[in-house]
Design a protein around this ligand. Structure first.
Ligand code: HEM
Length: 126
């Protein structure tokens, strides 16, 4: 595999539709493998467009995993390029903005006010 890519070029492949990762100086297109990954897609998405050598090794992937990885190779990293910060893609489970906490806080205050009004009413009428 003779294609050589800089970290800048690799970082551009960081969306769910097009995702590359680096393992030990080689570049892998994991787009199609994402759904099949036994460790889940999120874990790979977090490393989209970046060097995943350490996390990949830390998991202790099997020989079988290494074979799959080999089949996904699209080139190698330009040795003169330096790793850069990459924004990881949003997934459907992230980024949901709930206002439930704030809403229930207001409800507690409203209940407390009602409680004190009722208590005041009874205290003055008994
Ligand atoms: C393209 C790269 C990758 C390939 C081809 C791959 C392949 C596999 C395969 C085949 C397994 C099943 C167990 C085994 O055979 O070792 C597996 C499990 C796993 N992988 Fe990956 N993996 C990749 C990248 C990663 C990365 C970057 C991480 C994260 C940091 C990761 C985390 C995991 C975890 C946590 C499991 C364990 C799942 C379990 O046993 O519950 N993988 N992977």
């Amino acid at each position: 595999m003779s294609n050589v890519y800089t970290y800048q070029q690799i970082a551009e492949h960081n969306s769910v539709e097009d995702i590359w990762i680096v393992v030990d100086g080689k570049v892998y297109d994991v787009t199609k493998f994402l759904d099949e990954h036994p460790g889940g897609d999120e874990i790979i998405l977090d490393l989209a467009g970046q060097d995943a050598s350490e996390p990949f090794r830390d998991i202790g992937h099997s020989e079988e995993a290494l074979k799959v990885l080999n089949g996904l190779c699209v080139g190698r990293v330009d040795i003169n390029s330096k790793p850069i910060e990459v924004e990881t893609p949003e997934t459907s489970t992230q980024g949901s903005h709930t206002t439930g906490g704030e809403g229930s806080g207001k409800l507690v205050i409203a209940c407390a006010i009602v409680f004190f009004i009722v208590a005041y009413y009874f205290a003055n009428n008994l």
